[in-house]
Design a protein around this ligand. Sequence first.
Ligand SMILES: [Zn+2]
Length: 51
Amino acid sequence: MAKRIKCECGYVVDGNSDEELVANAREHIVSKHPDMAGVSDETILAMAEEA
Ligand SMILES: [Zn+2]
């Protein structure tokens, strides 16, 4: 099931599965929001919506 996260910076993270979404979100967080790098998978998925 595809999901997406709209980041507060305007960037949209897409994923075809929870695992892919979390991986893509972490990549974005590390490069753009390193202060949020400690966020849990559960928190990332809680921000996601159905794509
Ligand atoms: Zn962002």
